[in-house]
Design a protein around this ligand. Structure first.
Ligand SMILES: Nc1ncnc2c1ncn2[C@@H]1O[C@H](COP(=O)(O)OP(=O)(O)OP(=O)(O)O)[C@@H](O)[C@H]1O
Length: 293
């Protein structure tokens, strides 16, 4: 099955349809093409590709479309392998899996066809492949307009994030990992990363492997202006875990609560209000990746 979000990546997806169908046709007897029209379509199509007759699901779209496909595939018994052509602005999942961001090169992976089983996360009845976020950055994401996104790419998020920090107010958050209390204090932001790449910063969680069965939790627990100056280079260099304003730990499951009204951001989209529980589903999705990954 080929799922195309015709609106993704400045309408680039349609240009690659023919090439994608030809490549899939070399390996498979039949190719079914589905076009999304609205939110939820990709999830529905991906779920229908788990009926046992499909061997490969190829998606062409941004992180939103990929997240939707994962929501259709997760915890299904007869999952096809999942391939994708990243056509969004940020493409964190592609960065984490070293899937080329040039569409022709991403499509070429279908000729070599290596797969890797990767972890995803589950929160309530929703699944995610990249990141959960609580706090200022999470809210800043909603303020980024499509125009800013196409003009500044992932730096648009950083700019909104920096603006949000001006009006900083910490909230209280308590985090349990299984039975153990891992954090119970004030925080400005919490990020739970499954992959190294967050908001386009490939070293953000450099310790994260796509199949390590772990959440990598970063809590910004302090925010003083002189120290904040070190935060940005630490994000670029991958030293966030050892930054003195950051508490870092790993977990297989999390339960998170706050006495402030907060909403968790799931892979860049607005999710549920706190509290929430989340767990890793180890090696849940088989993704077509470059041989060396
Ligand atoms: N035909 C369509 N026209 C407009 N919007 C669509 C269509 N089909 C799906 N969508 C919406 O597009 C969203 C996903 O967009 P996606 O993230 O894949 O691409 P993008 O916006 O180009 O990527 P990015 O956000 O990284 O820039 C879906 O959640 C859905 O709401």
């Amino acid at each position: 099955m080929l799922i195309i979000n015709p609106s993704s990546g400045k309408e680039k997806a349609m240009r690659y349809e023919e090439q994608a169908v030809a490549l899939l046709g070399k390996r498979h007897e039949q190719v079914v093409v589905k076009y999304t029209e609205k939110e939820g379509d990709a999830t529905g199509f991906a779920a229908s590709a788990c009926d046992g007759t499909y061997k490969t699901l190829l998606a062409m779209g941004g992180d939103g479309t990929i997240n939707e496909c994962i929501n259709g595939l997760a915890e299904k018994e007869q999952q096809p392998n999942f391939a994708f052509v990243p056509l969004g602005t940020v493409n964190d999942f592609a960065r984490a899996l070293q899937i080329p961001r040039k569409p022709e090169q991403a499509l070429a992976l279908l000729e070599d066809y290596h797969t890797k089983a990767v972890d995803i996360g589950k929160l309530g009845d929703r699944y995610f492949m990249n990141v959960l976020a609580v706090g200022v950055i999470a809210e800043a994401v909603y303020d980024v307009t499509p125009e800013e996104k196409s003009k500044y790419g992932h730096f648009a998020y950083l700019m909104e994030g920096a603006k949000a920090f001006r009006d900083k107010t910490p909230f209280h958050i308590s985090v349990h990992t299984g039975e153990k209390e891992a954090y119970d204090n004030k925080a400005y932001m919490m990020l739970v990363a499954l992959t190294n790449s967050v908001a386009g910063f490939e070293k953000f969680a450099k310790q994260a492997e796509v199949d390590d069965h772990l959440f990598h939790v970063f809590i910004l627990n302090e925010l003083s202006i002189p120290k904040a100056a070190k935060l940005i280079p630490d994000i670029f260099k991958g030293n966030l875990a050892s930054n003195e304003q950051v508490t870092y730990f790993q977990a297989k499951e999390l339960s998170v609560a706050s006495d402030t009204e907060l909403v968790v951001n799931i892979d860049g989209d607005e999710g549920e209000p706190l509290p929430f529980e989340a767990k890793v589903l180890p090696e849940e999705i088989r993704v077509v990746v470059p041989k060396e990954v």
